[in-house]
Design a protein around this ligand. Sequence first.
Ligand SMILES: NC(=[NH2+])NCCC[C@H](N)C(=O)O
Length: 396
Amino acid sequence: MHPLVLMFRRNNDPYTTSSSGPGKYQLEAASGSFFPDMIDFVAGLFGGAAGVVVGHPFDTVKVHMQTDDPKNPKYRGTFHCLRVILRRDGIRGIYRGISSPMAGIGLVNAIVFGVYGNVQKYSNDPNSLMTHFYAGSIAGICQSFVCSPMELAKTRLQLSKQIDSGIKFSGPVHCLRHIFKTEGIRGTFKGLVATILRDIPGFAGYFVSYEYMMRLQTNPGVPYVLLAGGFAGIASWIACYPLDVVKTHMQADALGKEAKYTGFIDCAVKGYKNEGIQYFFRGLNSTLIRAFPMNAACFFVVGWVLDFWHANSGMKSMKHSEKSLTLMNLDNKAQADLDIVAPTVEEAVRKLITENSFPYQSGSPPQDVVHNRFPSNTINIPKESKNCMANDCNIK
Ligand SMILES: NC(=[NH2+])NCCC[C@H](N)C(=O)O
């Protein structure tokens, strides 16, 4: 994704063709350069890592609850389960299996944010929620190929006390290698279909709900961004939870003759027959309790990294851009307007954008300026332009 980099300059700037007098401004958008792509990856990496640290203890609880014996349950609820594991296995028990999501999360997040952003950006109608819906779905499919084996290893490590494979795994790679050796490539990708089925609604719900919530506020502060990220995580899990239960059972199942289930449907049907509709919701509480802080942390850190980067590289990405686009002509804005509307340049520009329709020329898809996907309420204005506008209009 390429958050819009706005640049404004006076019309007598050599880059622009029209030549009206000084004191009149044009807004231009820099299309993304190579750098925003890389920074998205880094942002996803940090956001993902933050989310894993915050969320993993709850993930362990989730997997234990999902695979608990329904006839004779060991755990009375999320926090009971957390306490039992903590008492029995300590902090290590609760963080068991974290290396796998940690290691895989960079790749998964790069795929998720990369695919999502690009599909969204290059679609015909980048700002519609429908676009966010299918961009999220496609991202969900793409990341499944990495996510599925990763979660397979995670599930087996988390349940290592319950699933007796005769070996003590030293980590996810060891675990996956063992699976590959004994069960082949099919074994390594056990649960792939279930993962895809889960993550299409999962990531569609994730991004649509985040986007939707960010649009409700023009100028979201930190608490709001955390809230939006947290609720996006919750919405996403509600959209796909029953599929996640089936996925976990498939991945916890053995292969070959020992296997209890022949496939996704079989697993779902057997679970339902055994236990009724409840089967599909066991562990939902702990999942939602985990999803909130985890995704609040994830979206917040992603946004923070992107903001930090863009605040420090506005001019650079402008220079790297080969396209010069006149997005908005502010010729008709009187200087006096700017004085009144807002105390800072950013707010003045924001105001101008929200109050005007936002025409654009071909070459770059229209981008959401005000309601960025990420907390970016930063409108990135290069220092020189900013000083210039501040001086001219008497604002900060
Ligand atoms: N069901 C999903 N995969 N939803 C997307 C949310 C992903 C997020 N990293 C989480 O685990 O909460």
